[in-house]
Design a protein around this ligand. Structure first.
Ligand SMILES: N[C@@H](CCC(=O)N[C@@H](CS)C(=O)NCC(=O)O)C(=O)O
Length: 225
């Protein structure tokens, strides 16, 4: 039975599911769906109108977090959720911290404002939009980056001793900031920045980033140290 992700590659939630399947070594297809101009029957597949949805043969699963938990049970190896009770909760919390906290900031203030809208309008963002994005990064994102820097500490992975859903979720969400020309500055968030670079170099992200960058990631050239 074939696995199909329905969604647009630039969505952090779609990218998370994609990376999850690559890490599982499971083949899949990406069927492009733009949630703002969806196919006619989209609400039958995605009752909230959101991407991603996953098609597994005849079955549909919605919501990236639900999809990843489903895939974990469907393809248990390698495990991408910790077995320890508390570490399991930590991994889910960090995923939610991204999905419910960081993405709602990076999405509208950086990616939509500086990448997607200018792309659709065919002209770059104006100065006020640039300034608002920088302010959102400096004032609202900074404490979130502090939290993640602390949560990672000196460890290789956010939770436990191997790659987990927490790492995939964090790495995926910051790709959208990268496309918009923002990454945690090495001087202030050295461990988080090094972590992101390690994760982005994995095949589970490198291929997606290489595909997306020519379309969405031109501003990534301006990322400084
Ligand atoms: N909690 C959902 C969030 C999905 C989500 O918000 N996707 C956005 C694209 S990044 C979307 O489809 N937006 C269209 C809409 O809400 O109408 C998940 O993890 O899958």
């Amino acid at each position: 039975m074939s696995i199909v992700i329905l969604g647009a590659s630039a969505s952090p939630f779609v990218r998370k599911v994609r990376a999850f399947l690559v890490e599982k070594g499971q083949p899949f297809e990406l069927d492009p769906v733009n949630p703002f101009a969806p196919p006619e029957n989209w609400r039958e597949i995605s009752p909230l109108g959101r991407i991603p949805a996953l098609r597994d043969g005849e079955r549909i699963v919605n919501d990236s977090s639900v999809i990843c938990q489903y895939l974990e049970r469907r393809f248990p190896t390698p495990p991408l959720y910790p077995t320890d009770d508390y570490e399991f909760a930590r991994a889910l919390w960090l995923e939610e911290y991204m999905d419910g906290g960081v993405v709602p900031l990076i999405g509208p203030h950086l990616f939509l404002a500086l990448v997607l809208r200018p792309l659709l309008a065919g002209k770059p963002a104006d100065e006020a939009t640039e300034a608002a994005a920088q302010k959102a990064w400096d004032e609202q994102a900074a404490p979130m980056l502090d939290y993640l820097e602390d949560a990672l500490g000196d460890r290789e992975w956010f939770v436990g001793s191997s790659l987990s859903i927490a790492d995939l979720s964090i790495a995926s969400s910051f790709v959208n900031a990268r496309h918009a020309g923002f990454a945690p500055a090495r001087a202030r968030w050295p461990r988080l920045r090094a972590f992101l670079e390690r994760l982005w170099a994995r095949p589970s992200f490198a291929k997606a980033i290489a595909e997306e960058t020519p379309v969405f990631g031109k501003r990534s050239e301006r990322i400084a140290d």
